[in-house]
Every structure is written in C-alpha cells, then in structure tokens.
Design a protein around this ligand. Structure first.
Ligand code: AP5
Length: 227
C-alpha cells in the first residue's frame, strides 16, 4: 500500500447537517470513496448480517453502536484497495475513543488531513431530517422540499423506491441530537487542538456548502479539479 500523505477528510456535524450529501459530491469530484458508517450499518441490515441486526437495536434508539464493532468495521473498510489514496469519512469518528483509534489507523499515512465542521441550527436539521427520503436501492438522498426527486418516491438515479429511514422519526431524532452533543461534541475541541478543524456554514444551499468545502480543502492543499 502507498505510504504517507493520503487524504483523509473527516466530515463532522450533527445528524441531518448535510454530511452525506456533500460526501457524495466530493466523492465524485475528488475521486476518493465516501466511507459512511451509517450506510455500512444499513447495508449490513439490508443483508440481515449479524452486524446489521446488532446495529439496528442502537440505530433505532438513536444511540451509538458499540465502539469495538464500529472501529473494526472501519478498519476493514479503510484497508480496501479503493482507499489507497485516502477517503472521505462521514459519521466516523463519533466519540473520543473512535477518534483515537482513527489516529492510530492513519498514523502510517500522515493522519487526518482536515476536519470540516458542519455548523447548523437544530431546527434546520430537524426540518431536513423530517423531509429526507433515501433510495432503497442505491442510497441516493433527497429532500421532499429542498431536493425533490423528479417523480414522487422514485429515485432519479436508478429508479429505485424512496423511503424514510426508521431513525428519522421525531422521537429518535431528538435522542440522536442529544447523543451528538454529548458524545461527538468533544471531538470539536479534539480536532481544534490539532489544528485540523474548519467551520463550514452548513445552513446554506447545497452548492454554496460545496463551494465553502472546496475553499477550505484548497487552503490545505487538497485541490478539486473544476467540473
Ligand atoms: P448516520 O447514518 O451517520 O446518520 P447521521 O450522522 O445522524 O447523519 P445523517 O445521515 O442523519 O445526516 P447527514 O449529515 O448525512 O445529512 P444528509 O446529507 O443526509 O448514522 C445513523 C446511526 O448509525 C447513528 O445514530 C448510530 O446509531 C449509527 N452510527 C453511525 N456511525 C456510527 C459511529 N461512528 N459509531 C457508532 N454508531 C454509529 O442531509 C439531510 C437532509 O437534508 C437530506 O434530505 C438532504 O437532501 C437535505 N440537505 C442536505 N444538505 C442540504 C442543504 N444544504 N440545504 C437543504 N437541504 C439539505
């Protein structure tokens, strides 16, 4: 495997702040894979694996899946060939033990490159989450108002059926936000102290958030080719 200086972008921010939306855009533009722990758990659940069934219990309650299984899953994912140049981490790390484990995993490759922090008000994320629809087949993400599909409940990309995630129910969303502030919040200080944190105003429109991300990436020497 290539040694140092891979690019590892850690997208940090509350549920519904737009991390997945931007990760998918950056994935295409940068040519680095999106590694989204929530998507990996949902993939496992779809295939009824032991890991998926275990994760479901925690996801439905809006709690974090235990570190041991989560860290092992990410380690395996990052060891795959498509991460040879780096990855866009979406939803990992989510607490201090996971952040320390990630630092250990990435130490041979130059560590985390940058941590964009998606800053957005709670009422905005609740509105975004309540209108989110996801393709059952390819995972593309829509919003009934901000990014509607061309045809109701049908994915523009693959024609798959759109659905509402189980953990997007209002009572679960409240706990996900609580867990974010309590367990993921300390990572803001952790990455600030390492000089890796870059705040992004994630309340803006999708294309404006992408431009802001590109600007902070470019300032760290991660250039994105013009489309
Ligand atoms: P996960 O799937 O990671 O969910 P999350 O972090 O809560 O993030 P979301 O997917 O809800 O939101 P997002 O920021 O990606 O927003 P999106 O782009 O979709 O995790 C789910 C669960 O898995 C966790 O609760 C936990 O149980 C478990 N888990 C995952 N990782 C774990 C870990 N590391 N450790 C332990 N457990 C873990 O956008 C939201 C909506 O807004 C969409 O409809 C979108 O179209 C719309 N939108 C996006 N951007 C904009 C914009 N700029 N303007 C208007 N609308 C927008």
């Amino acid at each position: 495997m290539a040694a140092k200086n891979r690019i590892f972008i850690v997208l940090l921010g509350p549920p519904g702040s737009g991390k997945g939306t931007q990760a998918r855009i950056l994935e295409k533009q940068l040519g680095l894979p999106q590694v989204a722990t929530g998507d990996l758990f949902r993939f496992n659940l779809k295939h009824q694996t032991e890991l998926g069934l275990l994760a479901k219990k925690y996801m439905d309650a809006g709690e974090l899946v235990p570190d041991e299984v989560t860290i092992r899953m990410v380690e395996e994912r990052l060891s795959r060939e498509d991460c040879a140049q780096g990855a866009i981490l979406d939803g990992f790390p989510r607490n201090l033990p996971q952040a320390v484990a990630l630092d250990e995993m990435l130490a041979p490759y130059g560590g985390v490159t940058i941590v964009p922090l998606f800053v957005v008000e709670d009422d905005v994320v609740v509105e975004r989450i309540s209108g989110r629809r996801v393709c059952r087949n390819c995972g593309a993400v829509y919003h009934v108002r901000f990014n509607p599909p061309k045809h109701d409940n049908i994915c523009d990309v693959c024609g798959g059926e759109l659905y509402q995630r189980d953990d997007d129910r209002p009572e679960t969303v409240k706990n996900r936000l609580y867990v974010y502030y309590k367990q993921t919040g300390p990572l803001i200080g952790y990455y600030f102290a390492k000089g890796l944190l870059e705040e992004i105003d994630a309340s803006k429109a999708v294309n404006e958030v992408t431009e802001a991300l590109k600007a902070v990436l470019a300032a760290r020497g991660v250039a994105i080719p013009e489309a």
